[in-house]
Design a protein around this ligand. Structure first.
Ligand code: PXP
Length: 237
């Protein structure tokens, strides 16, 4: 079964636009769970422009499903996740000023760095996932870091989906097969939507988790959060 983890960064962006506590990030997380999400994802950035470090603590105390924290492994980030101890940490390579994650790790070049961080987090019982593109070398070296899972960066799939979905998914299927062969668990995320999710899942049914934020929150404006989550879950059946 592929789990749906809802990335709630955009809810925090909306809240921060007015300085108050509307919408309430914790309430939205609880409602996502109530409507069927199997996990909650956040990406606390150093400038706290959406999720704040204090949100991470608040969420930790109330979330009943899987808590996934993604981010660049800076000393501050590592200190935070080691203290909060979420179920999963997803390591992304983007610099702090990036608008959003826009590439996977070069795991060949960063092998030693990642190996050290993966071990540090696993030693205290945190599952680690490394964000990667479909370059098979990067998958191969991700396995050498000792990571539990990789998360495939699906933006190129989403971009090419409407042009030629079979062509778009091919490198992802190859990467997913290699990850499986190497014993890595498999997540996917970025620009997944009600349009493109079902096909990805059909082609890679052994996906363990998808993490979805932007499109899901945009859909919720029209459909409401409950209906939206139910529709995303239906794509994963
Ligand atoms: N996975 C990672 C590593 C991300 O950085 C993001 C964006 O925060 C997502 C998944 C979710 O992407 P989207 O908001 O496009 O659904």
């Amino acid at each position: 079964m592929t789990q749906l983890s809802v990335n709630i960064n955009k809810i925090a962006t909306l809240r921060n636009a007015r300085g108050g506590n509307t919408p309430n990030v914790c309430q939205v997380a609880l409602d996502c769970e109530r409507f069927g999400a199997e996990g909650i994802t956040v990406h606390p950035r150093p400038d706290e422009r959406h999720i704040r470090f204090s949100d991470v603590w608040d969420l930790k105390s109330i979330i009943k499903t899987e808590f996934n924290i993604e981010g660049y492994p800076s000393p501050e980030f590592i200190k935070l996740v080691k203290a909060v101890k979420p179920h999963q940490v997803t390591l992304v390579p983007d610099p702090p000023e990036a608008i959003t994650s826009s590439a996977g790790w070069d795991t060949v070049r960063n092998l030693d760095f990642l190996q050290e961080i993966v071990a540090e987090l696993q030693n205290i019982g945190i599952r680690v996932s490394i964000f990667v593109d479909t370059n098979l070398k990067n998958i191969e070296f991700a396995a050498k870091t000792g990571t539990d899972r990789v998360e495939l960066y699906t933006e190129p799939y989403a971009t090419d989906y409407s042009k030629d979905r079979k062509m778009a998914v091919e490198p992802f299927v190859e990467a997913a097969k290699l990850a499986k062969k190497l014993g890595l668990g498999l997540n996917a995320g970025h620009d997944l939507s009600l349009e493109n999710l079902h096909y990805l899942h059909t082609m890679i049914p052994w996906l363990e988790e998808v993490s979805i934020g932007h499109a899901l929150v945009a859909d919720a404006l029209y459909l409401g959060l409950e209906d939206t989550i139910k529709r995303y879950k239906k794509q994963l059946l």
